[in-house]
Design a protein. Structure first.
Length: 167
């Protein structure tokens, strides 16, 4: 009996985790926003306006975990910015959206922007400059992937200005 209850509880937890990892909006609020925290490491930048970062994503497949990492990378650029790199060369990158009122006023746009397969995908790619990808299975139906991403910071900032999210 105890074993059945334990298995049922683990199954429910796995379903909840997998369900939230695939939705950009949960319970009427953004999955990622200025109140979210991001485990991100700055690895560099280039002259074309890209920031190279490493972070993790969680999903029910490795591919879903990579998409989660992409969403987190863009959300981090928008709401938190990126920390200084350990190399001492890459300084901190400020958040694109620094005004909390802008986030609230643009909620409809941001919800659409961050939906599964949304426009956020135009501003991030899996980095070819950071060859390592660490993947681990954290439960029967959940993966955690730590991976490098190239975030088109300058283009993302220009899009937020064009959409009226920032001035």
């Amino acid at each position: 009996m105890r074993k059945s209850i334990k298995l049922l509880a683990m199954g429910v937890a796995a379903l909840l985790l997998a369900g939230t990892a695939s939705n950009a909006e949960a319970g009427g609020k953004l999955k990622y926003d200025s109140k979210s925290t991001y485990e991100v490491e700055s690895l560099g930048r280039d002259g074309d306006g890209y920031k190279v970062v490493r972070l993790h994503g969680i999903g029910d497949t490795e591919e879903a975990a990579i998409e989660d990492a992409k969403m987190k990378a863009v959300a981090c650029a928008l709401f938190c910015g990126f920390p200084s790199g350990e190399d001492g060369v890459t300084g901190p990158t400020p958040a694109i959206i620094s005004d909390p009122n802008a986030e609230a006023a643009s909620k409809k746009f941001l919800t659409e922007f961050f939906k599964e397969g949304g426009d956020y995908t135009k501003y991030v790619i899996v980095s070819k400059r950071v060859p390592t990808k660490a993947s681990s299975k954290i439960s029967k139906k959940s993966y955690r992937v730590r991976i490098g991403m190239d975030v088109s910071y300058d283009a993302l900032k220009a899009e937020m200005q064009k959409q009226g999210v920032i001035k």
